[in-house]
Design a protein around this ligand. Structure first.
Ligand SMILES: [Zn+2]
Length: 403
């Protein structure tokens, strides 16, 4: 069915979700008519989608939500849910369905207050659709307190409520919550499948699509950005030059500083696009008096401060995401080097810089390359532990040094 079209290379998951969507109607009928739920129904109230970044966790959750809300007339004739065109499917996919709440955070964590609001929402019966669907795209970002608030709701869901949680891995979600969810694992889609979708859906030139898919190793969102955004390509090219510049201590420190600066610059750009507009809107909503130098009414300082804090947290998050991308690209570089050193038949991700890869491969051995990859992994976990970014990245570039 068309609703699954955006799900790339996930046939097994798709089959399970389609079966659940098919069985969901029986459950709705049982609830509305007060009869016993059908035995062996493949539908359930809480789902957990895990898979590596870019595998399409939230795409899968959204497609499933659409299939649950599908109102196509064909369904009365035994047609499969998920036509992609009816009002239910369409509004879910574009994010305007009244009974589908999609929670995506640009912050590092989701707190108790936001979660309480969601849980309240989840208690409601659907207004127009069959189900009240809550998609929590970053379930791994729930604070422990928030997780406990959510647990209650997942344990005793309203009869027509479905929770769709997404997280990178099972370990990222509280054990008490994940044990109450049906678990679906998405895989990294094959490079060819990603390239196909870029050509088919985004009209990208096949050669460009293929290169972007290969470079990002099956991460659809990143592949699309790389294929369409020149600034992203430039940033990536700069990151991939780093291994050639870490010959001495001075070079290492400089490279580290540049990585940090690039991430900060990216965060600043995002902030400029979003923050100003947000602040203006809030000021207007609070009734900043025009013509009085925009002075704010008394008692609104706290609300403005709250927005500023939120924006600051978002900048930190963007900065960290950009840094994380750079580390992923660097790991890819050394993985290619390792493949060359071992004469492995694995396809090289960064074919366009083959010359640089060869140079590093010749100048070192596989053991050295493995230690370098470990240094990048160590940097990433230091960042996760909130070590000051510059310190963590400097320690990494020093370990990448030649010799
Ligand atoms: Zn439909």
């Amino acid at each position: 069915m068309p609703v699954w079209d955006d799900l790339v290379g996930q046939e097994r998951v798709q089959t399970q979700l389609a079966a659940a969507a098919r069985d969901a109607d029986g459950l709705v009928t049982a609830v509305t008519e007060g009869t016993a739920p059908p035995a062996a129904s493949k539908m359930t109230h809480a789902w957990l989608f895990t898979g590596p970044p870019g595998s399409g966790r939230s795409t899968a959750a959204r497609a499933f939500a659409a299939a649950l809300q599908c109102t196509s007339p064909d369904r009365a004739l035994g047609g499969e849910p998920g036509c992609g065109f009816c009002d239910g499917c369409h509004t879910t996919l574009i994010g305007t369905h009244a009974d589908v709440e999609i929670v995506r955070t640009d912050l590092l964590s989701i707190g108790v207050k936001e979660t309480r609001d969601l849980v309240r929402r989840a208690q409601l019966s659907p207004a127009v659709g069959r189900w009240q669907v809550i998609v929590l795209e970053d379930a791994d970002r729930l604070t422990e307190g928030a997780g406990n608030v959510l647990l209650k709701a997942v344990e005793e869901p309203a009869p027509r409520t479905v929770w769709l949680l997404c997280a990178p891995s099972l370990e990222d979600v509280l054990p008490t919550i994940r044990s109450r969810c049906r678990h679906l694992t998405l895989r990294t889609p094959p490079v060819s499948a990603v390239a196909d979708v870029l050509v088919r859906r985004d009209g990208i030139d096949p050669a460009v699509a293929e290169a972007a898919a290969r470079a990002t190793q099956g991460h659809i969102g990143r592949a699309r950005r790389l294929a369409t955004d020149e600034a992203a390509r430039a940033r990536r090219a700069a990151v991939l030059k780093l291994p050639l510049r870490v010959d001495d201590v001075g070079g290492c420190l400089k490279a580290a500083q540049e990585l940090i600066d690039a991430a900060a610059e990216d965060a600043k750009q995002v902030a400029e696009e979003v923050d100003t507009k947000e602040t203006e809107e809030l000021r207007a909503a609070l009734g900043a008096a025009a013509g009085t130098g925009g002075r704010m009414p008394r008692g609104t300082a706290g609300v403005m401060k709250e927005l500023e804090d939120r924006q600051k947290r978002r900048r930190t998050r963007t900065q960290r995401d950009t840094l994380d991308l750079a580390l992923t690209d660097l790991t890819g570089f050394y993985r290619d080097v390792l493949a060359l050193q071992l004469g492995s038949a694995v396809a090289i991700a960064n074919e366009e810089i083959r010359h640089d890869l060869d140079r590093i491969a010749r100048a070192s051995g596989p053991e050295r390359t493995l230690r370098r990859i470990e240094a990048i992994i160590a940097c990433r976990s230091a960042l996760d532990r909130n070590v000051a970014p510059l310190l963590a990245v400097e320690a990494m570039t020093m370990s990448l040094r030649a010799g």
